[in-house]
Design a protein around this ligand. Structure first.
Ligand SMILES: [Zn+2]
Length: 183
């Protein structure tokens, strides 16, 4: 058990909230518990494969009849380019999902399980679930097609050649400047 148990202050009836800095969660015990069993996690700055930035938020795992249902409310960030001015920007993203994780063996009998052929979701591997791939997929889905560094980004500054005659007061200054530079 790698999760740190900090049950103090947990809401009544929800069991302890475990704090973890990993997206790899050990579920071998939960898989042996009755349908409806729950685990609550606080994910704090977890790194995952294919994820550019740490992930934080809450995770609830529910034991269903055949799988584990993971309900995640997470935040992370990605870097991108502003679609208007092409400057670098950092996007804060909310990544919320419900995904099922399917075990391939029965946690109690050790017998191989055949997940339903129409299943969608992810696998329980060696008694663990890895949220990294689910988070990566939802990050890709939730990032905007053409982000902006600021609302109403004016775009790239293009200097237009001025056809207007210069203000004579500025023209006088320009002459002065040329004279000074000539020294
Ligand atoms: Zn911009």
């Amino acid at each position: 058990m790698t999760a740190h148990d900090c049950g103090a202050g947990a809401p009544a009836g929800h069991g302890p909230i475990r704090t973890t800095a990993s997206l790899l969660i050990n579920v071998s015990t939960l898989l042996q518990e009755p349908i409806g069993s729950l685990r609550h996690f606080e994910i704090d700055g977890a790194r995952g494969a294919g994820l550019p930035s740490p992930v934080s938020g809450t995770l609830r795992l529910l034991r269903t009849d055949q799988s584990l249902l993971a309900t995640a409310e997470l935040t992370t960030s990605v870097t991108d380019l502003c679609g208007s001015c092409l400057n670098d920007l950092v996007l804060e993203l909310d990544v919320d999902f419900d995904e099922e994780f399917w075990p391939h063996v029965d946690a109690i009998t050790g017998m191989a399980l055949d997940p339903p052929p129409e299943r969608s979701g992810f696998s329980v591997v060696d008694g663990q679930i890895d949220l990294s791939e689910a988070v990566r997929q939802y990050v890709e889905m939730s990032r905007p097609m053409s982000p902006r560094c600021v609302e109403d980004c004016p775009g790239m500054e293009i200097e237009e050649p001025s056809e207007e005659p210069a203000d004579p007061r500025w023209a006088a200054l320009a002459t002065l400047k040329l004279t000074t530079e000539g020294d």
